[in-house]
Design a protein around this ligand. Sequence first.
Ligand code: HPA
Length: 277
Amino acid sequence: MNPVYEKLMQCYASFQKKIAFKPQVAIVLGSGLGDYADDIRVEAELDYHEIEGFPVSTVPGHAGKFIFGYVKDVPVVCMKGRVHYYEGYPISDVVLPVRLMKLMGAKILFLTNASGGINPSFTAGDFMMLTDHISMWAPNPLIGANIDELGVRFPDMTHVYDEDLQGVLRKAAEKCNVSLKEGVYAQLTGPSFESPAEIQLLHRLGVSAVGMSTVVEAIAANHMGMKICCISCVCNLAAGMTDNPLTHEEVQEAANAAAPKFRSLVSEAVADFKPFL
Ligand code: HPA
């Protein structure tokens, strides 16, 4: 068996032994949304350590867990803590959690992240819905023998971010009185922030926000036929756009400040995903 698929199935078997819950929506919580789990009627939790073969962060206290429960009456699984490529994992491990959530039953993947804003009309604290992405710097997670059980060799990427779900997010933002920007997101590997010259390059390429996650997960989920949407919390203006040096603390603070709005937006949207499940 393909070793990547074998590892995934080992994780799935381990999950099945412990959890009977069947989620319909998978939510990946980016920086600042970590407390979103407080808004969920929790039914079960599964620490990443408890899943045999699951990629677990070596940084103490950063392991993370799956949270199973209901947002309104929609069964969801939430990833509290994601795996980043810059931590040194193979790219197949970075996308394993998303693949696993599809096997658990999730049809929709709701990704969230923190980003640096490149569009000059953005300010820190804005939310941007992804309409498309550019990922030519992080390795493609589908490289290697195709796993036919998951999807086709050459998946189409014309509509990664589902048009119907984009419509739901726009309406949810209106209801929550949140101004929702839209644009193209680029994933770079990190962990260093970009240089001002790199940001100028991305701007010329039509990128509105930049970050260190999400796109590889969206590619793997699209390969498996999931419906995908993503909201990015623009936590800072990207390098060279202001005089301020960038720090992780600044990003974290901005994400925390935006969290209450972010949470209501996510809950409102998930409840309205029902017709698309
Ligand atoms: N660059 C990359 N990733 C980020 C940024 C940034 O400016 N802000 C938050 N995540």
